[in-house]
Design a protein around this ligand. Structure first.
Ligand code: BV8
Length: 250
């Protein structure tokens, strides 16, 4: 996959670059995506596992799913795509990282500011009184975690379908989408709203849209450039070619 020269030139002039990631960026770390043919939703039902109704109807089932995912995530490490994004923080005048992922691999790779649109899987809170419960302190004994303060169910601090996104994260994402010169949509099918509206907002505000995905998505037709490879390969290559371009065109 070749990085278009024109894209390198645009990057060299960009004041603000946004990268928005989805489950595909963690695929090369061994974490299943949701909507790929072998993805999580090919065998499981999102309405049972990723909605508040599903949780209240069967909290044991939902906790067993999240405990399984937590166990997988605790054994995974970032891949070269995560590390390239972490390095980009220091490469462009302004860089904003937004993610739909809850696995915190961007943090593990060294990204210091990560706007998590769908929360994260390592923090928990009481569904009733909203008290926060850090880490997996309630998960080790495998019983259903109950809030010692109010008796409510403790749940993972992820955003389920039908739940609003964390205000701060989405506002930061919206602002960055309006302000940026180049918007990278990386490893996402672009099917989940309102996260999927951000690349469109960026286009409406005259940003260049670059999609990094080995497959076509509903965003592909809006993209000015498509890097049709996995993020673990495309992002390090992009960074390497960019640094070479800057050196040659100083
Ligand atoms: C909301 C939980 C406002 C966390 C997730 C009816 C009722 C209520 C809402 C709705 C409704 N109908 C529609 C909606 C809106 C709904 C929505 O968008 N539904 C869609 C699916 C139809 N959205 C919501 O409900 C959101 N909230 O709208 O609130 C509101 C509030 C109250 C009342 C009314 C409105 C909340 C959305 C968050 C849902 N939470 N998960 C968790 O456990 O993870 S969704 C789930 O999908 C994950 O969070 C995931 O991040 C997200 C997006 O998926 P992707 O990341 O794109 O992953 P996917 O598998 O789809 O694609 C992977 C891509 O990677 C593929 O393109 C593949 O080609 C590519 N790829 C694969 N390998 C690689 C690769 N790319 C690069 N490199 C590779 N190696």
């Amino acid at each position: 996959m070749k990085i278009p020269e024109k894209l390198l030139e645009l990057l060299s002039k960009a004041q603000h670059v946004v990268a928005s990631t989805g489950a595909g960026v963690s695929a090369e770390s061994g974490i299943k995506t949701f909507r790929d043919p072998d993805g999580l939703w090919s065998k499981l039902k999102p309405q049972e596992l990723a909605t508040i109704e599903g949780f209240m109807a069967n909290p044991e089932l939902v906790w067993s799913w999240y405990r399984q995912r937590l166990d997988i995530i605790s054994k995974t490490v970032p891949n070269p795509g995560h590390y390239a994004l972490a390095e980009m923080e220091g490469v462009f005048p302004k860089f904003t990282l937004i993610t739909q992922n809850v696995d915190r691999l961007h943090h593990k790779a060294g990204s210091t500011i990560v706007h998590e649109l769908h929360g994260n899987i390592v923090e928990n809170h009481c569904q009733q009184c909203k008290r926060n419960y850090e880490g997996d302190v309630f998960l080790s004994d495998k019983k259903l975690p109950i809030c010692p303060e109010c008796g409510g169910y403790i749940r993972p601090s992820v955003v389920w379908f039908g739940e609003t996104l964390p205000h701060g994260a989405f506002t930061a994402g919206e602002y960055a989408s309006r302000d940026c010169d180049i918007f990278f949509s990386i490893g996402t099918s672009g099917e989940v709203q309102p996260a999927a509206s951000l690349p469109i907002i960026a286009k409406q505000f005259a940003a260049v849209l670059v999609e990094v995905n080995p497959n076509k998505t509903i965003l592909s037709n809006y993209a000015d450039y498509r890097l049709e490879d996995t993020s673990g390969k495309a992002l390090p290559k992009l960074l390497e070619e960019y640094k070479k371009y800057i050196k040659e065109n100083k």
